[in-house]
Design a protein around this ligand. Structure first.
Ligand SMILES: Cc1cc2nc3c(=O)[nH]c(=O)nc-3n(C[C@H](O)[C@H](O)[C@H](O)COP(=O)(O)OP(=O)(O)OC[C@H]3O[C@@H](n4cnc5c(N)ncnc54)[C@H](O)[C@@H]3O)c2cc1C
Length: 667
């Protein structure tokens, strides 16, 4: 079918042959969708080992039980949970499948249908004008549909997202004596040391003397092998006496509501973890993958290409709804207060019937049941998590600035109380984030203060600032224009990065806000300009000039962007310095600060302390500028503002150059 001899065309290509791909193959085989199809599997792992244990719960009449029945090796109807009480799982049963059984079944299907297998990693999936294609083992491979289940990479989580790990080490053991109660599983036994995370033991009995016993940790870090060994040994010795280890299972599942990296490509169906199948708060994915396989097969049966594309989950879709919100709160608790994990789960298990918990985890409970369940849990950790999440909400900051703008307007234009409160706010903001956001440039390149490069860095930084000062001294007009151009570009970069704007739109936005703030204060702007250069702003900017951007923000459904336009428009009723200060601190500096902290992967306090020496140096430099820069005009106040802007121009140039590193690396 392909005209290029280096290209091969298939009906279906599976990039990755793990659990989700196997489940889909089973489903396609059940519906005879593989008959006469040319299929290629690409995976570097031949899948000959039992590398995972797949467990899930289901009611007896659910299709998954009938469909996967031949693969299910054990099923249990009773469980002991965190409170050491035996609970009936009814109407559910907890089922266990060994991964090797699933892979073997899928391999049998592949053999039966004469499918090909490429034992190699997919290097890339790309697109051209003929559609998407795979590069693997030096070949170009195309297909009617590509199923991509390669393990996902995640974007760095934003302030309101969490990415932690569920790591575990398990042993299949044989006890010396047949002492195991084989009908009862132990799901979350918290009677183990917590080691600064949330840790529990998980126990699946297979017979009177064999069981899988696993220590699991929810946390930012992964469980240490030595600590796990000790916990497992003491748990087994205490409960069952002597034992021998038959096999070991190790694993780590991301517990994350961060964005999965990768662009949407035509003709590609995402599967499994890559398609957000892992429930962030539990790490369970198996049943979701089974459901996804069913939905994909439905679309394949009716050749519904659009339906197939719609089954690709996005970050936005996966974070929608109340269950995603509950997951987010629990993740916040597990990340920032892992010590609350044990009391929360223990309370949950002692106060709520177990099948209700399973129903809730299946996202099939109703709001009333959920409220009853939450009312029985400790309130404080959830309130803290809610507070942290609300503070991280993108709309909160522009909303606060809108309120501040309104209050300042109400205080009266250039009234004493407006001036005092406005400037007090700006000076605090400059101290908190305005100057500090430009005082960590020394860390941006490598994330640490490179002692060897220190002298070179400081010299280069000061030289760039001095060059700007020199240009201003000799040729103020070009210096001013240059300052305006790079400021617009720099402001646009920070906001564009925040709102995911294309680079042209970012630069245009940067230029718009600068022109808007200056242009809606033409008189004051020209007063300062006259002290800075011989240039002036010949026309006033209409207050409604940002309306097209409001429309753009609406199209992008970006509340932060929309609210920013709202308060910027209102700020035209404030004096120039307050309007500019609100933007510079409230929007630009805070945004850059967050981007810097994420780039450095450090908490705010730590970054602020790292910034301190250069931050203080910044204030000193400003004082030196204000004292030493020659002022030769009668309006000294206006001249001081002019010198202040020259100072800002001088330190902004090296800062803008340094920040480019952050944005370039990010893109
Ligand atoms: C040890 C373990 C136990 C788990 N137990 C459970 C459980 O009991 N219940 C539950 O609901 N969930 C469980 N999970 C979570 C989830 O169900 C599994 O991670 C599941 O395997 C995810 O399926 P997948 O197809 O997305 O990924 P995988 O099954 O990991 O498949 C991905 C495949 O891609 C291949 N691959 C990697 N790179 C490339 C490349 N460049 N090109 C081509 N192929 C590539 C890999 O070799 C692999 O075969 C468990 C996870 C782990 C790690």
């Amino acid at each position: 079918m392909s005209s290029n001899p280096n290209e091969t065309f298939y009906d279906y290509i599976f990039a990755g042959f793990g659990a989700s791909a196997s489940l889909l193959l089973l489903e396609m085989d059940r519906r005879n969708l593989l008959n006469n199809s040319k299929v290629l599997i690409i995976d570097p792992d031949p899948k000959k080992k039992n590398d995972k244990t797949f467990c899930f719960w289901a009611e007896e009449e659910e299709a998954i039980v009938a469909d996967l029945h031949p693969l299910i090796s054990h099923s249990w109807s009773e469980a002991v949970t965190g409170n050491q009480v035996i609970s009936e799982l009814n109407p559910y049963q907890y089922h266990h499948i060994q991964s090797i059984e699933l892979y073997r079944r899928a391999q049998d299907i592949l053999t039966k249908n004469g499918c090909s297998h490429l034992n190699s990693a997919v290097d890339q999936i790309r697109k051209d004008d003929k559609g998407s294609f795979i590069c693997a083992a030096g070949k170009i491979l195309r297909a009617g549909r590509i199923f991509d289940s390669r393990p996902p990479d995640y974007e760095k989580p934003s302030e309101k997202e969490v990415h932690i790990h569920q790591s575990f080490i398990g042993w299949v053991v044989e006890t010396e004596n047949p002492v195991i109660e084989e009908a009862i599983i132990h799901l979350m036994d918290f009677e183990v040391k917590q080691d600064g995370g949330t840790q529990f033991v998980y126990f699946l009995p297979f017979s009177k003397d064999t069981a899988l016993v696993e220590i699991t940790r929810f946390g930012s870090d992964i469980i240490h092998e030595e600590a796990a060994r000790k916990h497992l040994e003491s748990y087994l010795q205490k409960n069952f006496g002597n034992f021998t280890i038959k096999s070991v299972e190790k694993g780590c599942i991301p517990m994350s509501n961060a964005k999965i990296l990768g662009e949407e490509l035509p003709g590609i169906s995402l599967l499994g973890s890559r398609n957000y199948a892992v429930k962030p708060s539990t790490g369970y994915a198996f049943k979701n993958m089974y459901r996804q396989a069913g939905a994909i097969a439905n679309c394949l049966e009716t050749s519904d290409e659009k339906g197939l594309d719609a089954l690709n989950n996005s970050h936005v879709k996966s974070n929608r709804g109340r269950f995603a919100f509950y997951d987010a709160l629990l993740l916040m608790i597990l990340k920032y207060h892992p010590e609350y994990g044990k009391p929360i789960f223990k309370k949950l298990f002692s106060n709520t019937r177990f099948h209700h918990i399973l129903q809730f985890l299946d996202e099939k409970s109703n709001l009333w049941e959920e409220l009853i369940m939450f009312s029985r849990l400790p309130l404080k950790p959830f309130m803290q998590a809610l507070f942290r999440r609300t503070v991280a909400e993108s709309w909160l900051r522009p909303l606060i600035i809108t309120l501040i703008t309104l209050i300042l307007i109400t205080l009266g234009f250039q009234s004493k109380v407006q001036t005092v409160s406005g400037y007090a706010l700006l000076i605090s903001g400059m101290f908190l984030v305005g100057i500090p956001h430009g005082a960590v440039d020394h860390l941006l390149e490598s994330g640490m203060w490179d002692q060897k490069k220190r002298i070179g860095f400081i010299t280069q930084y000061l030289l760039q600032a001095a060059a700007m000062a020199a240009i201003w001294f000799v040729a103020p007009n070009p210096a001013l224009l240059f300052f305006l151009v790079f400021s617009a570009w720099h402001f646009g970069q920070a906001d564009g990065n925040l709102w995911d704007l294309p680079s042209v739109a970012s630069t245009l936005w940067g230029a718009s806000i600068l022109f808007y703030i200056l242009g809606t204060h033409q008189y004051e702007t020209n007063l300062i300009l006259s002290s800075l250069s011989s240039l002036n702003l010949p026309f006033e900017c209409p207050v409604t000039a940002l309306l097209p951007w409001l429309f753009y923000a609406f199209l992008k459904r970006n509340i932060h962007f929309g609210l920013t336009i709202l308060w910027l428009s209102l700020s035209s009723m404030l004096p120039l310095m307050l309007a500019f200060g609100l933007y510079f601190i409230g929007q630009h500096s805070f945004t850059s600060w967050t981007q810097i902290c994420r780039h450095l992967n450090m908490r705010d306090e730590k970054v602020w302390l790292h910034a301190l020496p250069f931050h203080l140096g910044g204030w000193l430099l400003m004082a030196a500028f204000l004292l030493l820069w020659p002022v030769h005009d009668s309006d000294v106040t206006m001249n001081r503002w002019a010198v202040f802007f020259i100072f800002i121009a001088c330190i902004s140039l090296p800062h803008t150059i340094s920040m480019k590193v952050v944005y370039t690396k990010k893109s």
